[in-house]
Write a protein that binds this ligand. Sequence first.
Ligand code: LHQ
Length: 264
Amino acid sequence: MSDSVLLQARQGGVLTLTLNRPEKLNAFNDALVHALIAGLEGAATDSSVRAIVIRGAGRGFSAGQDLEVFVERRNSPNKISVAEHLRETYNKLVTLIREIDKPVIASLNGIAAGVGLSTALACDLRIAADNAVLTLGFSKIGLIPDGGASLMLPTLIGLGRGLELAWSSDRIDAAEAHRLGLVNTVVPAAELEERTLAYADRFASVSPVAVGLTKRAFNASVLPNFTAWLEAEATFQEEAAAGPDLMEGVTAFLQKRAPAFAAR
Ligand code: LHQ
């Protein structure tokens, strides 16, 4: 397998982008986020691409931000703020996913956590293997759901169920995700690749004009302030990151222990 962090494959009108850091559960470093943004930008302007699939190599979709990379960056002299990091990476990524006039489908083969799950939630459709596991995970490191998840989650499943998942960081399985409306369909793990292509192909053969305008209409009806919301979310995240809980949470994760968050 290639050592590129993002693999691209074409089957007819379907472009598959594979996150390829399997040894890290496809956690995002800057190279991976920027490669995914570039892959999506290329797909947006290529009229022969009629549907886009995002999937993960190995045993997961993505574990979200690479926390080791994040700690290195946080401890370096030229660290950037969390809000700036979001603006440069995930906010660009999820804006692009919402603005591309083509179906973008997340194919969830295992764990989707943190901003890995946010990326899947920003997609138009989600197909999950029956062994997929979804968790927000942000609350375990003292953060709010970012990458648009604080908007997409309540939009998809409602306020109460969204808050419950955000606060608890519960791991939910594919059947529960389907029951909640977080994923569109669940298929046997061994068939995920083939079923994803067949699923994507259905939308790749619909009128591209109807597909694109329907997406724009739905964006305008339920996500009219998506971009402005990302900026607000980044501001909340900056406030969350200003206290001690983020570093306690991340350090606890890397040391494989439970975090201790003090009252405030
Ligand atoms: C990881 C990661 C990871 C590095 C597993 N990084 N190594 C963040 C920061 C600041 C600003 C803005 O926004 C963000 C966005 C975010 O995405 S925040 C949320 C970041 N993600 C998480 O908090 C998830 C952390 N990971 C987990 O909770 C678990 O690892 C999950 C639920 C993903 C998977 O659990 P398991 O299947 O039990 O696998 P594991 O925990 O044993 O992980 C396998 C390996 O992958 C392990 O390394 P090791 O060397 O022991 O094999 C983990 O340390 C590593 N890994 N996630 N995000």
